[in-house]
Write a protein of this length. Structure first.
Length: 404
């Protein structure tokens, strides 16, 4: 990537499909804003989706006043009654987490930051993949160069980040040591040696990591084994230790029981996409797709994981072996933001159509659950409906395969 310009231009679209999570400004006082029109909280269980106001309890959840055991929870998406102003910067961790924070300093391999939930913390710089000096940048792409400082304007500066203070930073570049003001900077992407990379951990089939994932109101994400507490969640975090998250700060929870595979984290076995206008559009895996949102606060959470598919595209997944005698596929199907056309969705396996849906502009997200024949591949086919206009496509929200 020659400059940060392409990254900045991507924000307009990525802002609608990015993660959300923490609590407020980087200080002891939280700034809460009234939320938009209320929607129902959603809990996915092996038997289907449950809607209703979620309350955390020591032994599980209460959803609309009905108990749901923690072991039956696949994910939780809450409609918070408040919003949180996100912190001015973000730390992208080597673990894949994102922490919105105020970066106070970096010196001698130690980074100090103030996080809304956890206060001031000192971390090993080796645990950080990138420092974002803007709060709404998209994730780094494969073509981005490690060991590089990206700016809002101007060419990237390669080199080793030496130190950061409240106003400036220093980078050891090919032109010598440069001291630059933090204003106008976008991201520093750290270079990682193989020895510094996180140790591989055996994961359940189809899962990227064997950990639960909790997202907070401002967009931060924390990973680790999670358990419910009275009005909250407790996380056993590899870096932070025991972290107690009050229920009012939880935006979502993603769980990874051994009976579940997350389709959005699996690589398709085959993709057949017909070129439209200029090129074929392959499916796009999404993390925390949202509607609305801004640099100041995240928008409405559509899903924790998602897959965006445009017309004239068939995606085939080879499903992993899961415990149980039956396999079910579940997702919430909805139109892409700003859709003007219409699409037809078909789910197929073993040469049979399992389900069909017609999705038009403005249609509401609809839960879909189907039984998949044993040992069969699952194909997801998206084609144009009667109204062939762009933007056009669907988002599969939180598509999961569950062994029963």
């Amino acid at each position: 990537m020659a400059t940060i310009g392409p990254m900045i231009r991507r924000i307009g679209r990525i802002r609608r499909i990015r993660l959300i999570a923490s609590t407020a400004l980087c200080g002891p006082m939280a700034l809460w804003l009234a939320a938009a029109a209320a929607r129902a909280d959603v809990v996915q269980a092996p038997g289907g989706r449950i809607e209703g106001k979620v309350a955390f309890a020591a032994d599980g959840l209460q959803v609309g006043g009905k108990p749901v055991a923690w072991g039956d929870v696949l994910f939780v998406i809450r409609d918070p009654e408040t919003r949180s102003i996100r912190a001015p910067e973000a730390l992208r961790m080597a673990s894949g987490e994102v922490w919105y924070a105020h970066v106070a300093s970096l010196a001698a391999g130690k980074l100090k930051a103030r996080l809304p939930l956890l206060g001031a913390r000192e971390l090993d710089a080796a645990a950080v993949r990138a420092v974002d000096f803007l709060p709404d940048l998209p994730p780094p792409e494969p073509g981005d160069r490690p060991g590089t400082l990206y700016r809002e304007k101007g060419e990237p500066v390669p080199g080793v980040l030496m130190w950061i203070d409240e106003q400036r930073l220093a980078i050891d570049s090919p032109l010598g040591v440069l001291t630059l003001a933090r204003e106008g900077l976008a991201r520093y992407l750290f270079k990682r040696d193989v020895a510094q990379a996180p140790s591989p951990v055996k994961a359940p089939p189809g899962a990227a990591e064997p950990h639960d994932e909790v997202s907070l109101l401002d967009g931060s994400t924390l990973r680790g084994p999670a358990k419910p507490t009275k009005d909250g969640v407790e996380l056993d975090h590899a870096v932070l230790g025991k972290v107690a998250v009050p229920g009012r700060m939880v935006r979502s929870v993603l769980r990874r029981p051994p009976t579940v595979a997350w389709l959005g984290e699996m690589k398709p076995a085959a993709v057949n996409a017909v070129p439209l206008i200029a090129r074929a559009v392959p499916p796009e895996a999404l993390e925390y797709p949202t509607l609305g949102g801004s640099r100041v606060w995240p928008g409405e959470l559509v899903a924790i994981r998602g897959v965006r598919i445009e017309p004239k595209c068939t995606v085939t997944y080879r499903l992993p072996a899961l415990p149980g005698q039956r396999v079910a596929f579940a997702a919430a199907v909805g139109a892409v933001e700003g859709m003007r056309g219409s699409v037809k969705l078909r789910l197929l396996a073993a040469g049979k159509t399992l389900a069909e849906r017609d999705i038009a502009a403005g249609s509401k997200r609809e839960p879909v659950t189907v039984e998949v024949p044993p040992n069969a591949d699952l194909a997801i086919e998206v084609d144009f409906g009667p109204d062939q206009r762009f933007p056009c496509g669907i988002i599969l929200g939180d598509p999961v395969v569950v062994g029963r």
